[in-house]
Design a protein around this ligand. Structure first.
Ligand code: ZN
Length: 222
């Protein structure tokens, strides 16, 4: 009976790839897997070393290219909140792989604007950070870094506009918890690094000893 039910469920709601959205059904993996392998960042390319000056370091799982880009678009605009958990799990694995000695005291999600949360009904960096917290067995601090102003979506801006858009964007609450701590910032995508840089600046000024970063995908300079 259980088997029949799960078969019916599989027929009614066929399993879809969390990246490209194609129906996988009973196939073990999606056809986009090979493409995704090309997007995977390894070693030096995976490390956000030197690109974001205020970060002590960090990691990215993928290049921001299809099918990873399509996956993230689906998260942002398609209401696929359950997939953010899988992405977060990959981020935790990548941290262990590339930075095995890093022991952050907490993970801090880049806060979304109220408008973004209202539009989507969920908060992608927060969902990812929850999984990272669970897999690394560290707390998530979501009441420290706050969005001060309703900034424009970085996505729609030029590089120059991105930086000025963020000035004063973040504020701090409960800063006493930060003192001397090693924290890990979490965001879905980094393009110019301006968001992570601005957030790290605020956290460092607030007393954090080190700020590290983890992102799911990174737009690479051509
Ligand atoms: Zn796929």
């Amino acid at each position: 009976m259980k088997k029949v039910l799960s078969l019916i469920r599989a027929l009614l709601f066929p399993k879809r790839c969390i990246y490209c959205g194609e129906v996988i059904g009973f196939a073990p993996r999606c056809r986009c897997e090979m493409q995704r392998r090309r997007c995977r960042l390894e070693g030096e390319a995976a490390l956000l070393r030197g690109v974001i000056p205020r970060l002590a370091g960090g990691v990215a799982c993928y290049r921001y290219e299809d099918p990873v880009r399509r996956g993230i678009h689906r998260l942002k605009f398609g209401g696929a909140s359950q997939f953010a958990a899988c992405y977060g799990e990959e981020m935790a694995a990548k941290l262990r792989e590339e930075l095995p000695d890093l022991r952050p005291d907490a993970v801090i999600p880049i806060p979304s604007t109220r408008k973004e949360r209202a539009e989507r009904g969920y908060d992608i960096p927060h969902l990812m950070a929850q999984q990272i917290a669970r897999h690394l067995a560290i707390p998530i601090w979501d009441d420290i870094l706050i969005k001060e102003s309703e900034t424009q979506r970085q996505h729609d801006l030029s590089l120059k506009e991105r930086k000025s858009n963020l000035i004063g964007a973040f504020g701090l609450c409960n800063a006493e918890r930060l003192q001397g701590r090693i924290v890990l910032l979490c965001d879905d995508v980094t393009t110019s690094g301006a968001t992570l840089e601005e957030a790290a600046k605020v956290l460092r000024a607030g007393g954090a000893a080190q700020v590290w970063g983890v992102v799911f995908a990174r737009a690479m300079p051509r």
